[in-house]
Design a protein around this ligand. Structure first.
Ligand SMILES: [Zn+2]
Length: 179
């Protein structure tokens, strides 16, 4: 069946003359294809005529904004939960370390006090030794005696250094000896 020119008329929604309209009606009565085309065209036209309800765009945008805010809030909550969870996990993982850190100051304080006392006593001993030297040895000491004194002091310093090293290495030894 030849649908020309009716098909073009329907597709282009042409304004038809009364004669053309009569021809089209005659063709539509016999042609299902063009009838379907007409109905489709009518439906399309009706869809095109339906304009958005007044305020629809505004409502749509408002809904979009609301959804965006909700999404942002949800993301914020997610971040908070993530941070709290991560912090909690970190705290849980580092709890032993933190506890050790909290416990260690007392230990370190004990060590530090013992160290200071040791230094003070050592300095006092050295001062005593120096005083004894100054008292016993007059000002006219020959150079070789000075050399002996210096080497003695050097030996004492070495001994002191070793003592400090041992003290800092084994801070509990004095306590263990007292028992
Ligand atoms: Zn037709």
């Amino acid at each position: 069946m030849n649908h020309r020119p009716f098909e073009d008329w329907l597709l282009n929604e042409q304004q038809l003359t009364p004669a053309e309209k009569r021809d089209l009606d005659a063709h539509l009565r016999t042609c299902k294809y063009c009838t379907a085309l007409t109905e489709t065209g009518l439906e399309l036209r009706s869809v095109r005529k339906v304009s958005p309800a007044p305020g629809f765009t505004a409502r749509f945008q408002q809904r979009l904004a609301t959804r965006r805010i909700a999404e942002r809030r949800r993301r914020l909550w997610g971040l908070i939960v993530l941070l709290l969870g991560g912090g909690g996990l970190l705290l849980w993982l580092t709890a032993p370390l933190l506890l050790a850190l909290f416990r260690s100051p007392a230990q370190w304080l004990t060590i530090a006090i013992g160290y200071v006392l040791f230094i003070v006593s050592s300095v006092q001993t050295l001062a005593d030794v120096a005083l004894v030297f100054l008292r016993v040895v007059p000002g006219f000491i020959p150079p070789y005696v000075w050399m002996v004194i210096v080497s003695a002091l050097a030996g004492l310093g070495l001994l002191w250094t070793v003592s400090i090293w041992r003290f800092s290495r084994f801070p509990r030894i004095p306590q263990q000896h007292s028992s």
